[in-house]
Ligand binder design. Structure first.
Ligand code: FEO
Length: 167
């Protein structure tokens, strides 16, 4: 594979694990603020991010490339509200989408059609992730950050389960 593409996929593995830690930090904020349903929701999100990271890792091995595991900065731990958590999640997902677009740009540039096929899965996944955060933000804005409405949302968030996406 093209070296630049391999390097950027290795970086992406780090970003995906960082995402997992970010969502774990958000799950902790929710737990500490009695939003146990959203604590569950963000823990499931953490599982999804680990799935994304491992999918990249397995792909590099499949293509006979070297995987580099690195550390990363601490995720934020201070949040002001559930809405703040959700808005920062959406902002983060937009960043991840820009990263996947960069990988795809390189894959097209070097005509790596197998990588293009592989990366298209992430494009679809990012659209779904951004959309689910946008929906939650809209719902929290409608119901308010506190009050009976958010308890209903929290209850629904508590039913989320991790189902490994079909590759
Ligand atoms: Fe792995 Fe939330 O993007």
């Amino acid at each position: 594979m093209d070296k630049r593409l391999v390097d950027e996929i290795n970086k992406q593995i780090t970003y995906e694990f960082y995402s997992a830690f970010l969502y774990l930090s958000m799950a902790s904020y929710c737990a500490e603020n009695n939003l146990l349903g959203f604590e569950n929701w963000f823990k499931v999100q953490k599982d999804e991010e680990e799935f994304h990271a491992n999918k990249f890792l397995d792909y590099l091995h499949e293509r006979d490339e070297h995987v580099i595991i690195t550390g990363f900065d601490n995720p934020p731990e201070e949040f002001t509200s559930l809405l703040d958590v959700l808005e920062r999640s959406l902002e983060h997902e937009k960043f991840v989408t820009s990263r996947i677009s960069l990988l795809l740009d390189i894959a097209y540039e070097v005509k790596d059609y197998a990588a293009i096929d592989f990366l298209n899965w992430y494009i679809k996944e990012q659209t779904e992730e951004e959309s689910s955060f946008k929906t939650l933000i809209g719902q929290v804005k409608l119901m308010g950050d506190i009050g009976p409405g958010v308890f209903q949302l929290d209850r629904e968030a508590g039913t989320r389960v991790f189902t490994p996406p079909i590759a």
